[in-house]
Design a protein around this ligand. Sequence first.
Ligand code: BGC
Length: 761
Amino acid sequence: MIKQTILNLAVGILIVSCAGEAQISSTDNSGFVDSLMNEMTLEEKIGQLNLPSSGAFTTGEAANSDIAGKIKKGQVGGLFNIQQAARIREVQKVAVEQSRLGIPLIFAMDVIHGYKTIFPIPLGLSCSWDTELIEKTARTAAREVSADGIAWTFSPMVDISRDPRWGRVAEGNGEDPYLASEIAQAMVRGYQGDDLRDPTTIMSCVKHFALYGAAEAGRDYNTTDMSRLRMYNDYFPPYKAAVDAGVGSVMTSFNEVDGIPASGNRWLMTEILREAWGFDGMVVTDYTAINEMIDHGMGDLQQVSALALKAGSDMDMVGEGYLTTLKKSLEEGSITEADIDRACKRILEAKYKLGLFEDPYRYCDEERGSKEIFSDENRQFARETAAQTFVLLKNEDNILPLKKGGTIALVGPMADNKLNMNGTWSVAGQHDKAISLKEGITNVAGDDVKIVFAKGANIVKDAKLESRISVFGKSTYRDDRSEDEMIKEALEAAKQADVIVAAMGEASEMSGESSSRSDIELPATQRKLLKALLETGKPVAMVLFTGRPLAIKWEDENVPAILNVWFAGSQAGDAIADVLFGDVNPSGKLTATFPQNVGQVPIYYSHKNTGRPLADGKWFQKFRSNYLDVTNEPLYPFGYGLSYTTFDYKNLNLSGEEISMDGELKVSVEVTNTGTVDGAEIVQLYIRDLVGSITRPVKQLKGFEKVKLAAGETKTVEFTLTENDLAFYHHDMTFKAEPGKFKVFVGPSSAEGLEGEFTLN
Ligand code: BGC
């Protein structure tokens, strides 16, 4: 039974809806929230700001205790990391029937790249450059999780990162603000749909605001420090894009921004987010981020909690700083009741928008869940999606695609490794149901192909390191045999085969949160195996699993074919086999630069020219900006990726030589599939602003389109540039374009393309 107060107010909502519009406005809460707040005690308002974890899964120290008791006392606003409609219904019942006002809880989860049906990790998804596809993955995840009781996801993560040492590059969309912004909006649309009251949509939470991806030295949770110009031009755009798309909530980041940790940073959470960008949803802190301000050196729990509330952080995840200190702070005058009311109101408004006051159980739809969650249809979609995210890095002598015939030696620690297919942040994923590569090859090639399998190596040799990369129970299947014994077995397998498929790379937990690496090469024990396999003289195709760009210069120089598959999710094995055998032609392109070695990091395509640039094609020039021991080039540039066919770019055409501030310029190019198989090409447009009042990057992505081309087919691809595409933030933080000359490049990657020029008047 819903409590009388809520019931009365809810009847009010229905009357409003019957009397007027066909549907209740999801933003106008028609005085409902204010009326409810009039009924609430101070303690109950503070209680709404509290977001504990159910304790089933934690990323920090605190698993909260006695949650049911707190819910009854009105001390909990929401709960996360609890799954299954039946369990959630039970907990919701406690809130609705046993707390004084019966305010429903909001249930959340990190649904990052799928709920039970797991899609590729976000970095992989971004390599499809297909925003419609990405939107549909979020939509599918929302449909699954919303049937299982959850109405709020902590996604998308849109932190720009240019440091592959940082394990969380896996969770983001790479290095580029333009592409990442398009993806951020697609994800928000996918989760939230057009109307949050639709019970198949959920509230999205863009994170981690802000700059988390710029952690110094790639070490997770480390300090960030950058100029405001860089923040505004390179790091803020994807968060702002999500806000523009109507994201319902924002999560603070752990790091400091301009010397103040994000959760307590009023400039960030109020002046930028709300006043400049117009965000009117709720802000949740990251896990214990308020408490962590004590270690940041901002004061004791009393002080940092007041600081966070004043800054504009509405909901306190896990740490209970708000719950335990705000009343005293109010008595002492360091916060006001209006501060508490503001935060409480935003949380209640979010619940209202989701329709929880009308029906607290509306997201517990066991019947729909039993049909939709992990359905054949969703898994088929995951398989098709995954194949779009793979990046063919090298393919000498057309080793790929493989023939569906003969004998394949399938070797490597990732070849028969179900538990490591889903990748980081697949909290609800059923790892043991993921399709391994070995299964996938059998599923796709059937009896036509004979597979001889050998593990060949462990993921890493050091057992202690291996224990650090399997803390979440995803076994790495450690083998106790010696390196030599395992290699010997692999060579036996290789001897019988026509071709060797080497499945190698990182375990799932080598990327993601708290998984930074200072060495981003292929683990030495795997490289040793690879060398031995190459020495057989048999053709080797390497299938590379990774959650970050790796420094694989040696592999690039020695292995004839490399297919990068990231962590491809539930249907990984099938999707990889689809591509290996050519049923699907790979079309993914990198969204993060692969360095030659870790010393080049941070390396990204949209760098500045400097006053001493290296001449094109040169390596070392004394007193120019370069290294003694490595060229400035990346191993694989942003936007790079091969296909089983080839594409030719011709006839770059600009609609004029000049464009006015309110005008537009059409840029078109003819792209031809010059090979013998059908394929898809991601056509990319970059600009360079040749002279500016502040220095401008050597290239900036401003458009892209994925075109399908049958063998021999030509299509004209057209882009439109307007002033907005040419604008940037200035010292005074105004966003405008400056008249002058621009270059435009259209091509297959950030490193190649046809070139034109125009003037902005
Ligand atoms: C992560 C967030 C995540 C939260 C809740 C934190 O450790 O940084 O991305 O949403 O935990 O699980």
